[in-house]
Design a protein around this ligand. Structure first.
Ligand SMILES: [Zn+2]
Length: 159
């Protein structure tokens, strides 16, 4: 069983999470497609799991993606561009902007948020670096610190 996408069926949703909402048809399809891609990525990219194992909670991306206690919802309103995570509740929120962005960007947002679920705090570059570790950035960006808008990884992101 993989992580869950909230389509209004999150019965155990903590009442404190008032900004998390269910996703509708088209957005559900996009997230479902991302879920398949994540399952595939975990099988094909051991470097991704190796990076996740180095994060505070020490869980692999494979373990997080296959955790049916993790729920992904729409978050609104949200102070961040693409997503927000609630580590103690294993809850991930993606914004309307992330859902409107390219599939690659939405996919990258989920990887970034899974890093937060794995204990990465809200400052520093460790969450975004997961995208690089998972092959979604270029060495040039990594080495120069200058973002290439053609890749989901952004070396300038803090938090
Ligand atoms: Zn973040």
């Amino acid at each position: 069983m993989a992580f869950q996408i909230n389509i209004g069926d999150w019965k155990s949703k903590p009442s404190a999470l008032t900004r998390l909402h269910s996703v509708k048809g088209g957005d559900y399809s996009k997230l479902r497609q991302c879920r398949w891609k994540l399952i595939k990525l975990c099988k094909e990219s051991p470097a991704c799991d190796a990076y996740f194992r180095s994060l505070p909670n020490g869980r692999t991306l494979t373990s997080l993606v296959n955790d049916s206690d993790v729920w992904v919802s729409l978050v609104e309103p949200c102070p961040f561009n693409y997503g927000e995570s609630f580590e103690t509740h294993k809850a991930i929120g993606v914004t309307a902007l992330a859902l409107l962005s390219s599939r690659e960007q939405l996919f990258g947002t989920l990887i970034h948020e899974f890093a937060h679920i794995n204990g990465v705090g809200s400052s520093g570059h460790a969450a975004e670096l997961a995208l690089f570790a998972c092959g979604m950035g270029s060495w040039k960006e990594f080495l120069t610190g200058i973002d290439d808008p053609d890749t989901p990884y952004d070396p300038t992101i803090d938090g």
